[in-house]
Design a protein around this ligand. Structure first.
Ligand SMILES: Cc1cc2nc3c(=O)[nH]c(=O)nc-3n(C[C@H](O)[C@H](O)[C@H](O)COP(=O)(O)O)c2cc1C
Length: 377
């Protein structure tokens, strides 16, 4: 039976288990460049047993960053730093993944711990944000939004393709396009943010045109043998926003454009969500499971899946193929080994590099002194 620790193969890539370090923006880059900090973070999680490791969302253009200290790939100069991340992940037995994105109307942000609000376009660390329609998100994101022209959209697709080429050169083997969380892809899909009258707005098919064209542009340069995936904002939890039925259709459509796996998340196109589910365990699992079943495509899912028994059950029940962990991956670099111990895996240390595993297996200390929480019998 397939469980949390079973390998998973997609195209020519095999993951050693089903546990993914989800992309997480860290606000530590300089001019889009990653640093030793990112190498440390990704390397430690790869060494801790995660099978697929994402650095943060990587911006395809400078105005696609969350804040001025977020990472990017709009210049060939970014390749070297990113290649160090890919190399360390690979050397620890995991697969290096990259999430390409553009933040649209939710860009130009301050660091969260400086107050998670937008900076005005004339601030030295801010910029003019752009999106499908000139509608500010509101609340923490109050500044005027510039509507994208069709030429701008064409340039964005070219930027996606250029970014994908650089990602390949940097050594990444899995590419995810970020179409969730209120960023540009999510805005195009949602009637809350997209009120265009042209071919990129209006009906559902038009609201997915941006994504189809972006995916075509990326697939043209990203090898067929490597997975091309997306994170989709599959529900806005709002009566006037993206409805989950629309998302099911969208995944089927994008599959025709080269999509290999759908990572199911929320739209977050408004703060006025009806009954937001953030305190419920695994609240996106049922939606991911329906997409998997109805479209017949592999799916990944995140949100509140840090309890090992829950994550394992999601895989065993066939609700999802991959578990994306965000906060648990920050909290515990060895979450996979901890989970394996909790779930009574025959050899939890087989999840980490053999040069540590050997010592931990063969040099046992006194009871309880190993550095792991005691297992409840
Ligand atoms: C600090 C932080 C930064 C995040 N940045 C991103 C990001 O860059 N891209 C993205 O798709 N999701 C991002 N997320 C969302 C996570 O990838 C994940 O989907 C979410 O936290 C839910 O999973 P969890 O319950 O395991 O934390 C971020 C989450 C956190 C906590």
């Amino acid at each position: 039976m397939v469980d949390l620790f079973s390998p998973f193969t997609l195209k020519d890539v095999t993951l050693r288990n089903r546990i993914v370090m989800s992309p997480m923006t860290m606000y530590r880059a300089v001019d889009g460049h990653v640093s030793d900090y990112h190498v440390m973070l990704m390397g430690s999680r790869a060494a801790g047993g995660f099978s697929l490791v994402f650095p943060e969302q990587i911006a395809i253009l400078p105005d696609g960053r969350t804040g001025s200290c977020c990472a990017g790939i709009w210049d060939d100069k970014h390749i070297e730093g990113l290649s160090r991340i890919a190399a360390i992940i690979k050397s620890m037995g995991a697969v290096p993944a990259i999430q390409l994105g553009h933040t649209g109307r939710k860009g130009s942000e301050k660091k969260p711990w400086d107050g998670k609000t937008q900076l005005p376009p004339d601030h030295p660390d801010g910029w003019q944000v752009r999106a499908p329609s000139p509608l500010p998100y509101g609340g923490r994101y109050p500044y005027p939004v510039q509507e994208l022209s069709t030429e701008d959209i064409r340039d964005l697709h070219e930027a996606y393709a250029a970014a994908a080429k650089r990602a390949l050169e940097a050594g990444f083997e899995w590419l995810e396009m970020h179409f969730a969380h209120g960023y540009l892809g999510a805005s195009f899909f949602s009637p809350l943010a997209n009120q265009r009258q042209d071919a990129y707005g209006g009906n559902l098919a038009n609201r997915l045109r941006f994504h189809r064209e972006a995916m075509d542009a990326v697939r043209a340069v990203w090898p067929e043998r490597l997975p091309l995936t997306m994170r989709l904002g599959a529900d806005d939890f709002s009566p006037k926003g993206v409805q989950f039925e629309d998302a099911i259709w969208a995944v089927g459509e994008l599959r025709q454009h080269g999509l290999d796996l759908a990572d199911i998340s929320l739209g977050i196109n408004t703060d006025d969500m009806v009954d937001p589910p953030f305190d419920r365990e695994g609240f996106m699992v049922e939606r991911a499971s329906r997409i998997r079943r109805e479209i017949g495509i592999p799916v990944g899912v995140s949100w509140n899946l840090g309890v090992p028994q829950t994550a394992d059950r999601v895989i065993r029940e066939g609700s999802a193929d991959l578990i994306f962990l965000g906060r648990p991956a920050l909290a515990n670099p060895h979450w996979p080994v901890w989970a394996a111990r909790e779930l009574k895996h025959a050899d939890p240390f087989s999840l980490i590099p053999e040069d540590w595993a050997w010592w931990l297996r063969s040099r046992k200390g006194s009871r309880g002194s190993e550095g792991w929480p005691a297992i409840k019998e």
